[in-house]
Design a protein around this ligand. Structure first.
Ligand SMILES: Cc1ncc(COP(=O)(O)O)c(C=O)c1O
Length: 386
């Protein structure tokens, strides 16, 4: 094989930390070990039948060709309708770009915002891809640690702003903590955004998976609509992770630039998949409600189990993650995830990828059956008794 040196922009980024954890579990499984997976960030529910049928219909109707780069007009209409009905947020179809997943949305938004060396404030713990995508597009991630109970601390964010800060990247319900932020805190962030003339990229992919408290879209905070680029998608709400469909909402001038990035890369997400997503928005509300009810039961189950084991964690309010500190119960906290997998075949995600200072935490995804959750809790208890 010829010698190959990757370009500098690729040396700055790594493999997906969450996928790496799942890979280790896969290797063990291949050796015949019965691993319980609490690592993957996707609902274990099948994609609702009406969406699958709509995709078949769309294929048979010939929706197999190029279409509008911004996304099918009728899908953007449906997204706008859905946001209005559910959250009272008003976006016009031409303020929306349909993307191949929310991750692509983050990439487009940061590409459209950042010049080389611009800083992005990322409250941590945070989804690891934010750091890599920021670096990949030439930006500099600036980590701002949240409080002990993972509460957002606007004062710390304020202090982290420099001449080079361009944006704050928010994500709530949060991956990995499950926390959402209340109106007062969001208003405090908004005050900084206004005073320092920043942008907000608000990743609201878990907006429908809320069990306690109220989710408030950041664009609804006073005067924030024109400063916010919202990322959202179908992966989590409709259990459509493999379909690769998301969207961005934002002010028209930014959307225009984002659209250029999509036109010169993906062109648009597959046409028939976009058509099927209209069915998700209009006909699958009962599926979403059932899934949310089930996740709430599982959250309680796992949370109670963790408290019994001695973890001091606060109850997460949304998404399907819990991010405990292994120090509460285990002396070799940094190796907790690894030891748990080796000794009792329970796979979680180590905390190190979620930000500096979270090496002693680990992420649990409870997007798995109650039966598996009960088994996992028993195994964790057994592991801690050894
Ligand atoms: C916070 C967050 N944003 C975005 C994504 C990616 O979503 P999508 O599958 O739509 O690319 C994930 C997936 O885990 C996530 O946790």
């Amino acid at each position: 094989m010829r010698n190959y040196t990757p370009p500098k922009k690729l040396l700055k980024i790594g493999e997906s930390a969450t996928m790496k954890a799942a890979e280790k579990a896969r290797e063990l499984r291949a050796k015949g070990v019965n691993v319980i997976s609490l690592d993957v960030g996707e609902p274990d529910f099948p994609t609702p039948k009406p969406i699958i049928e709509a995709a078949y219909r769309a294929l048979n109707e010939g929706l197999t060709k190029y279409s509008q780069s911004q996304g099918l007009p009728e899908l953007r209409e449906a997204i706008a309708d859905n946001l209005r009905k559910i959250f009272g947020v008003d976006y016009l179809p031409n303020e929306i770009v349909v993307t191949a997943g929310a991750k692509m949305g983050v990439f487009y938004a940061l590409t459209a915002l950042l010049d080389e060396g611009d800083e992005v404030i990322i409250p941590t713990p945070a989804w690891p891809s934010y750091f890599d995508i920021t670096k990949f597009v030439g930006g500099v991630p600036v980590e701002v640690r949240s409080g002990e109970d993972f509460e957002l601390l606007p004062d710390r964010i304020d202090k982290a702003v420099t001449e080079k800060t361009r944006a704050i990247l928010l994500n709530y319900p949060n991956n990995p903590t499950g926390m959402i932020y209340d109106k007062k805190v969001l208003e405090n962030v908004a005050e900084i955004v206004k005073r320092k003339e920043l942008w907000v990229v608000s990743d609201e992919i878990y907006c429908r998976l809320v069990y306690d408290g109220e989710f408030i879209p950041f664009s609804k905070i006073e005067e924030m609509r024109d400063r916010t680029i919202t990322i959202n998608g179908f992966s989590k709400t409709y259990s459509m992770t493999g379909w690769r469909l998301g969207y961005i909402c934002g002010p028209k001038n930014v959307i225009k630039e984002i659209l250029k990035v999509q036109q010169q890369t993906a062109t648009h997400p597959p046409t028939f998949i976009q058509k099927a997503a209209i069915t998700a928005l209009y006909e699958c509300e009962s599926y979403v409600r059932n899934m949310v009810n089930e996740f709430k039961i599982r959250r309680n189950l796992f949370y109670d189990g963790l408290r019994r084991m001695g973890f001091k964690i606060k109850k997460p309010q949304g998404a399907f993650y819990i991010f405990p500190n292994a120090m509460d119960v285990y002396s070799e906290a940094e190796n907790f995830s690894e030891h748990l997998l080796e000794k009792v075949a329970v796979s979680t995600t180590p905390g190190e990828g979620f930000g500096k200072g979270y090496e002693k935490h680990f992420r649990i995804s409870y997007a798995t059956s109650r039966e598996k959750i009960e088994k996992a809790i028993l195994k964790m208890e057994e592991f801690l008794k050894r």
